[in-house]
Design a protein around this ligand. Sequence first.
Ligand SMILES: C[S@@+](CC[C@H](N)C(=O)[O-])C[C@H]1O[C@@H](n2cnc3c(N)ncnc32)[C@H](O)[C@@H]1O
Length: 257
Amino acid sequence: MPILTDIAVAAQTPKQHQKAAHLAKELGIPVTEPTTSNHSLLLVVTEERLELRQCGPKAPGPVWVDFTGGKTDYRRRRGGGRKQTLVRAIGVKGKNLPTVLDATAGLGQDSFVLACQGCRVEMMERNPVIAALLEDGLRRAADDPAIGKIVRARMVLSSGDSLTELAKIPANHRPQVVYLDPMFPHRSKSALVKKEMRILRTLVGDDEDSDQLLTVALRVAHKRVVVKRPAYAPPLNGPKPDLAFKSKNNRFDVYLL
Ligand SMILES: C[S@@+](CC[C@H](N)C(=O)[O-])C[C@H]1O[C@@H](n2cnc3c(N)ncnc32)[C@H](O)[C@@H]1O
């Protein structure tokens, strides 16, 4: 659930003012100047993209959604394809390419991995600021010569709370797999946590209702529900997982239906 409301939208240059004002209205947050603002977080409209900046002397660099470069691109090209633990947990095998509902989309990284392996992924994100960042990343990626086709054909985003939205899915549109990656409560070694996750946590806090989300997901998925957990964390409260796929830092609990 959102814990921080001290956020505003800013335009990088006067050229982006109109876009920034429109976005601020849509999100119901104020508009400010990037240089004089005293908000903790700024959603900045730049010439190229939308980015989230944490303010203050020790703030990490900005966060934006980039499917086309950096480590996301490296993982797409060299990350192990179908051998990736997430992909195996979802059940991608042979010609089996399940449809996936990523009910906790975040910055869309896991959804992108699955789309690159051929799955159609519907993403749902309840935090409007994160949904706006993801929407912007998808829009830019859709024009990219290397991945545009994948993104346009296989990735769709809805802004909303999966706890209520999943129940509205008609029987003939139920996904084969529901994927959950809720925020896990803080632990002290948080310096190890990536910049993206730290800034996301500032914005959304811990997803304390994830046990309920598992209950809803189990009603909606046709074939399986997959839950990503830190390796040290217990499964969500609910039925015992049928399978667990382990990677170095994470575990994917699988509930077969
Ligand atoms: C750990 S992040 C997910 C990261 C994502 N797997 C990725 O690869 O970028 C968890 C996200 O789930 C979202 N979330 C949690 N519960 C949700 C719900 N009931 N409906 C929609 N989004 C939810 C949070 O707002 C947060 O952005």
